[in-house]
Design a protein around this ligand. Structure first.
Ligand SMILES: NC(=O)c1ccc[n+]([C@@H]2O[C@H](COP(=O)([O-])OP(=O)(O)OC[C@H]3O[C@@H](n4cnc5c(N)ncnc54)[C@H](O)[C@@H]3O)[C@@H](O)[C@H]2O)c1
Length: 199
């Protein structure tokens, strides 16, 4: 079995919804075993709750060391000014030991994101790729693999680098059907690639 991990950071739930869609897409692929986890929240619990953070997230919390147990890792992070969130940064900063052993070298990786207005969506994905390249991971972009990427009839996330959603400044907009379709496509594509690579 090709072991696929979807690991995410979500404050308000948009990335959590996207992560579930990515996992759903990956599960369509025969030979793929899919796990969803989230990175530890670094914000004090009370402040997180007071800011309207989504406290009831089902996914168990991941430990950086366990990344070595998977064949593919799909990272989900909201943007913070065009970069991954501090929570995801802190998680990945703890993978130095794995890097020193080459433990993630040759594994498959992909990234999806959420932004308020769309600004920073591509930068967030590609700047996250930098860390993954240092690990020697095989980065899978989505390209324009399905028709949804070409649809400009409404506000829509979805980049050739990876899936995205546009949350709105107040976070009131939820991932649309088209954005979720692209997220499922990303999961499926990564799982197909991983199964092929594993032989
Ligand atoms: N982005 C959304 O989806 C969304 C949803 C609902 C509401 N809002 C509102 O929009 C505004 C901006 O939201 P945002 O998500 O860009 O920024 P934010 O300031 O709410 O949070 C961004 C990050 O800053 C850090 N942070 C914030 N408060 C902290 C604290 N007290 N202690 C430690 N770390 C802290 C955390 O790492 C957090 O992930 C906020 O007022 C927020 O409540 C946004």
């Amino acid at each position: 079995m090709a072991k696929i991990l979807v690991v995410y950071h979500s404050m308000y739930g948009h990335i959590e919804t996207m992560a579930n869609a990515v996992a759903e897409g990956a599960r369509r692929v025969e030979g793929a075993e899919v796990t969803i986890k989230r990175v530890p929240e670094t914000m004090p619990q009370e402040a997180f709750k007071n800011a309207g953070g989504k406290v009831d997230q089902e996914a168990p919390v991941a430990n950086p060391a366990e990344l070595a147990d998977y064949d593919a890792i799909i990272f989900g992070t909201p943007t913070r000014f065009g970069n991954m969130s501090g929570q995801m940064r802190t998680f990945l900063d703890q993978t130095g030991g794995l890097w020193a052993k080459g433990a993630l070298h040759g594994k498959v990786a992909s990234v999806f994101t959420s932004t308020g207005t769309g600004g920073g969506q591509e930068m967030t994905i590609t700047s996250t790729w930098t860390t993954l390249a240092h690990h020697g991971m095989i980065i899978v972009p989505t390209g324009y693999g399905i028709g949804e990427f070409f649809d400009i009839s409404e506000v829509n996330g979805g980049t050739p680098y990876g899936a995205s959603t546009i949350a709105g400044g107040d976070g009131s907009r939820q991932p649309s059907n088209k954005e979720l379709t692209i997220a499922r496509y990303q999961g499926e594509l990564v799982a197909q690639t991983t199964v092929k690579l594993k032989g």
